[in-house]
Design a protein around this ligand. Structure first.
Ligand code: FAD
Length: 501
């Protein structure tokens, strides 16, 4: 047997332990994996909303859904409800479901626009099972042979602990200690990490999961941070947990305020809340007041301030080190994309093994894909802020009038003119995602595809009506979210019921 490649993971937050478990589960026979973390430093510990790609990723690395959900007090998520974004007192949902039925040439929203032009069609929402189920508080993982597209709300701290247990069981070595300095080979590659307790950990390849510090890639290897604060001004958050005051809803709520926005993430046993804001527009005390005045339920933790920078390292992989998670970059949590980025980085990395002495081509490939991915997420997030009719505060006026990336401008202009939307090149946000946000925040395109007029109006009416009925029927058949959780994965709900009985 060949000597195992020594992989050292620095940092044990969600990124560190997800990296450790993924590598040991799939490449454990050829890798010797050590993870270093410091209990004194701790983790960010937020990051409780996810997107559906997590399901596929868990399947790839062999995580059992029910076990994982019990361990993390997770609930299901069918989308995000955006309140007060386009205008105050208005809301829309970005759901994970497909809306209606498209043809290869004409997207469903264009058929729907044709219907609207002829005086029928109702709301676009009526054609999306996941969206209607979310609003009705209904859920199942599938209905007959119809799959349902969903993600999770989870307890981030419990998730890292769960992954740690599984990783250690498979042979990942955990080393406690604070990394104090780093040494390099003559070619610049990292050779060894030195800890405050005197330990020295050497390796062939290093994964930097040290969070915002980016100790290896940023501090030691000097890879420059590209700041996107001029596009996305948020640099702070207050996070706090509250008691549950209602059955957990199968969606996240993102409520826009006069400066910043607030998340509400229901878990089985409590609710996660937070306010994302920019110190440029809101002081800490005002932000804290805004958050605490808009909570449902009693606080069960002290509000915690988090500082962050939006942007990315220019190269996620440099020399024999790749940064995964916050160590590579961060785009604020509006569309819950950070854990997703950890998983795509890991898939990319695992596809590019083996890591030989000369890794520059692999690194280049990795960096190109990572950069494209981050740019399209960045554009999608900017869209939510920029596409607004709100002018009630300096914050909203700033976003409404800001210069946006040309890539986003191009997208918005085409949609305004022709209703044309396309999925991201790297495949995260689908046509329906872009359409839901662009229409949800006020764009009604001037015209739509001629192909939607090819169908006779009567035929279109029939097709839309039967699709709508199919959605209504399906939603009626679904159990409530809370009932589904109780029988599928509850770690807490049944216990609560017993106590109340
Ligand atoms: C306000 C906010 C809200 C968020 N919400 C979401 C969300 O809803 N969904 C989502 O997907 N993501 C969200 N995220 C992002 C998510 O929290 C992170 O992607 C996730 O927690 C991964 O963090 P990490 O593991 O990269 O870093 P961290 O959690 O910061 O972990 C860093 C690790 O490095 C270790 N470390 C650091 N320095 C040293 C040292 N010198 N020696 C040894 N060890 C060291 C620490 O001890 C820790 O173990 C949010 C982030 C923020 C800031």
């Amino acid at each position: 047997m060949n000597k195992k490649t020594k992989v050292v993971i620095a940092g044990g937050g969600t990124s560190g332990w997800l990296s450790a478990y993924s590598l040991i589960a799939r490449l454990g026979a050829v890798l010797d994996i050590t993870l270093i973390e410091s209990d004194h430093i701790g983790t960010v510990g937020v990051g409780e909303a996810t997107i559906p790609t997590m399901r596929n990723y868990h399947q790839l690395i062999g995580i059992d859904e029910q076990e994982f959900m019990r361990a993390t007090q997770a609930t299901f998520k069918l989308g995000i409800e955006f309140e007060n974004w386009g205008q105050q007192q208005q809301s829309y949902m970005h759901s994970f479901g497909e809306i209606g039925q498209r043809s290869w040439m004409v997207e469903f929203h264009e058929f729907w626009m044709e219907a609207k032009a002829n005086g029928f069609g109702g709301s676009l929402d009526d054609y999306c099972l996941e969206l209607k189920a979310a609003k009705a508080n209904k859920f199942a993982t599938k209905l007959g042979n119809r799959s349902i597209n969903y993600a999770y709300h989870l307890n981030a701290t419990a998730y890292a602990q769960y992954l740690r247990g599984k990783s250690e069981a498979l042979g990942v070595k955990r080393v406690e200690g604070k990394i104090t300095h780093i040494s390099n080979h003559a070619n610049g590659n990292i050779s060894c990490l030195y800890l405050d307790n005197g330990l020295q950990i050497d390796g062939d390849f290093f994964i930097d999961c040290t969070g915002f510090k980016s100790l290896l890639l940023g501090e030691s290897l000097g890879v420059v941070f590209e700041d996107w604060g001029h596009y996305l001004a948020a640099d702070s958050a207050f996070a706090v947990q509250t008691e549950s005051v209602e059955d957990p809803k199968p969606f996240t709520v993102a409520t826009a305020h006069s400066a910043g926005w607030q998340w509400r993430i229901p878990l089985q046993h409590r609710t996660g809340n937070g306010l994302v804001f920019s110190n440029q527009f809101l002081g800490d005390q005002a932000a804290l007041d805004l958050l605490t005045q808009n909570l449902k339920g009693k606080m069960i933790s002290e509000p915690r301030k988090l500082k962050f920078r939006t942007g990315r390292r220019q190269k996620a992989w440099y020399k024999n080190c790749v940064a995964i998670g916050l160590a590579n970059g961060f785009i604020e949590p509006l569309e819950s994309t950070s854990i997703h980025l950890v998983t795509t980085a890991l898939v990319r990395l695992m596809k590019l093994f083996p890591i030989s002495e000369s890794t520059s081509f692999q690194a280049e490939r990795f960096n190109q894909e990572t950069n494209k991915e981050l740019e399209s997420i960045r554009d999608f997030i900017i869209l939510h802020y920029h596409l607004t009719e709100r002018e009630d505060s300096e914050f909203w006026r700033h976003y409404k009038n800001m210069q946006i990336p040309e890539t986003l401008n191009h997208r918005m202009q085409i949609f305004k003119e022709n209703a044309y939307a396309w999925p991201d090149e790297v495949g995260l946000f689908r046509v329906d995602s872009w359409v839901q946000v662009m229409m949800g925040q006020g764009i009604f395109p001037k015209q739509h595809h001629l192909g939607a007029k090819v169908i006779e109006t009567k035929g279109l009416h029939q097709q839309l009506s039967s699709y709508k009925q199919m959605v209504e029927k399906a939603v009626a058949q679904l159990p409530t979210h809370v009932d589904f959780l109780k029988q599928y994965c509850d770690s807490h709900l049944q216990q609560m019921e017993k106590e109340q009985a």
